[in-house]
Design a protein around this ligand. Structure first.
Ligand SMILES: Cc1cc2nc3c(=O)[nH]c(=O)nc-3n(C[C@H](O)[C@H](O)[C@H](O)COP(=O)(O)OP(=O)(O)OC[C@H]3O[C@@H](n4cnc5c(N)ncnc54)[C@H](O)[C@@H]3O)c2cc1C
Length: 547
């Protein structure tokens, strides 16, 4: 990579960090305002999550007819999803199609990591620097760096001495990995672990799964896309997309629940859960009753139904009990979807090791050992240990202002934002689906489109009023963070040690980060704030100083 530190800075209206679904849509949408935009992407290709996460079994867990862009009717009519849930290669193919179709590539710079973003208060512009010293100056900075884009490999002693190969689900080799004939260890049983374990089990000589926390998983019931389903969905696409906006998870097609789980006799309730279990999908299950995420007693009925399913499927009683989650209510951690996950533990070549009661002590040249001294021989090791979620990517960039503000310092006690979109003290910097936004609790492409559209509206508003700076007030930011916490505290979410809380990263502040008041409510709130002239924001005009 050439050293660009001495060339003249590139000038843009909007600099975008990240070339995933968010960064790409931002290019398209902001171009329509006539702005000069460019996205900088650390990876060698576009697609973000779907570029990096190439582990076996990687696929979305929201149906693809929903998990796709809605901004162009012809695009959603033309694209054919071959299966109910798109695989990683299929979603990546779709993203590349979108980039070509809307001529987005010319404004994406790949293999370029943004290291710092400094706002010059006098010049009223952001200076963004790349890892090779290239400098970009822009009025606006859009952080589309992803919520689950900073893979986390636990700091195990001895990893450097491991004689076999090791992998992280979020940094999977492009050429794939053949585990045939190998003794494989998988550490982690969240969404990625649950997707890959059944497939690795079919290849490996022996698979040992090291589980710290059991997670709830429901059957995905993936299948080839039924032609009539596709036809019906496409005939009603705009109405379906609009209906999704009126739901808490931005996912349509599910009847709104009307009753508490406790209002229903047990046999009727279990029959309803059975229907949802057979139907497949997580939203449908959590949407069976009105109060599964707010009332512990109601949730217990849904949690116990799934625990009993696990006990029915897994033949070894001890393994079944280890797999049945008991430390959090169902839905309060990211609910996994699987294809044959629990059944996999009935295979003779698969074993489950509980590393909550006996934690991993160290990696050794030929495997790993637990605190008790128990040793496991492994040829390959897979970390399905997740990400430094929601704040990881932004905290890796030096974000600061010439007025002395520093994002890491501002977020030391946990992330503070207004609407999850802007941060007090950091003018003209927008975050897509940041902490304080409902993003990660939704069909994320819907949230991405809503955020980007809102940001485009804000910039358009500034320009049409001859203004050039927007930033939230401290009071608005504080009130929003309080609201996010209050809403979360009224639910069961804080009962789980989840990545929503930063609990998977040692030393990270335990703050509940997503807004769980519902996408529908959030969107209306954002729209109302814009309609009231961007209430809670200071909008101003600054004479810019030519560089
Ligand atoms: C395995 C997996 C499965 C998922 N399944 C679903 C699902 O079924 N449904 C759903 O709604 N969501 C799902 N998600 C969430 C998913 O992240 C979002 O749906 C969506 O892809 C996010 O897009 P994004 O552009 O915001 O972020 P990302 O896709 O994470 O893209 C961000 C990009 O920014 C780049 N970047 C970060 N920092 C820098 C920097 N400093 N300089 C330059 N580039 C940088 C990264 O390399 C990355 O490519 C899943 C996530 C994972 C990890």
């Amino acid at each position: 990579m050439p050293d660009a530190s001495h060339s003249a800075p590139r000038r843009l209206d909007v600099v975008i960090v990240g070339g995933g679904l968010a960064g790409l849509y931002a290019i398209h949408r902001l171009r329509r305002l006539g702005l000069a935009v460019r996205a900088y992407e650390a990876g060698a290709g576009i697609g973000g999550t779907w570029f990096w996460n190439r582990y076996p079994g990687a696929r979305c867990d929201v149906e693809s007819l929903e998990y796709s862009y809605s901004f162009d009717e012809q695009l959603q009519q033309d694209w054919k999803w071959p299966e109910r849930y798109g695989t990683q290669p299929e979603i990546l193919k779709y993203i590349n199609h979108v980039a070509d179709r809307f001529d987005l590539r010319r404004d994406v710079q790949l293999n370029t990591r943004i290291k710092s973003a400094i706002f010059d208060a006098q010049a009223n512009e952001w200076t963004v620097k790349t890892g090779t010293g290239e400098e970009i100056r822009a009025r606006y900075c859009v952080m589309a760096a992803g919520n689950l884009s900073t893979p986390r490999v636990p700091d195990f002693k001895g990893l450097g001495d491991f004689a076999g190969r090791w992998y992280h689900s979020g940094l999977w080799p492009h050429e794939g990995v053949d585990f045939s004939g190998l003794k494989v260890g998988v550490i982690g049983t969240g969404s990625s672990g649950v997707q890959m374990i059944p497939i690795i089990a079919r290849q490996a000589r022996h698979l040992t799964v090291f589980q710290r926390t059991a997670n709830f998983s429901l059957p995905a019931r993936n299948m080839p896309m039924p032609a009539d389903k596709e036809r019906r969905h496409k005939a009603e696409y705009p109405a379906r997309r609009a209906a999704a906006m009126e739901t808490p998870f931005a996912i349509g097609g599910h009847a709104k629940p009307t009753r508490s789980a406790l209002e229903v006799p047990e046999n009727e309730r279990n029959a309803a859960y059975e229907d949802k279990w057979q139907e497949g999908g997580s939203i449908s299950y959590l949407y069976a009753y009105t109060d599964l995420l707010v009332n512990k007693a109601s949730n217990d009925t849904a949690s116990e139904f799934v625990r009993n399913k696990i006990r029915d499927i897994v033949k070894d009683r001890r393994t079944a009990e280890l797999l049945a989650p008991k430390d959090h209510p169902i839905g309060t951690k990211r609910l996994c979807l699987d294809t044959g996950y629990y059944e996999t533990y009935n295979r003779p070549n698969v074993s489950l090791v509980d590393v909550r009661s006996d934690p991993i002590d160290r990696i050794t040249p030929d495997g790993l050992t637990l605190k008790s001294g128990a040793a496991f021989e492994l040829d390959a090791l897979v970390f399905a240990t997740g990400f430094d979620a929601m704040t990881g990517a932004l905290n890796e960039i030096d974000v600061a202002t010439t007025d002395g503000a520093n994002l890491r310092a501002h977020w030391e006690g946990g992330p503070l934002t207004y609407l999850g979109v802007m941060v007090e003290g950091f003018p003209n910097m927008f975050v897509i689906t940041g902490p304080g936004s409902p993003g990660v609790k939704t069909q994320m492409i819907a949230a991405i489109e809503q955020h980007v559209d809102w940001i485009a509206g804000a910039i358009d508003h500034l320009h049409s009023h001859q203004l050039d700076r927007i930033e939230p007030t401290a009071a608005a930011e504080r009130a929003w963070v309080d609201h996010v916490n209050k809403v979360a505290d009224a639910t069961l979410y804080p009962l789980a040690n989840s990545w929503y809380m930063g609990a998977n990263i040692p030393g990270k502040p335990r703050v509940f980060m997503p807004y769980v008041g519902g996408f529908d409510r959030y969107k209306k709130h954002c729209d109302a704030i814009a309609a009231r002239g961007y209430e809670g924001f200071t909008l101003s005009r600054h004479e810019t100083v030519a560089a």
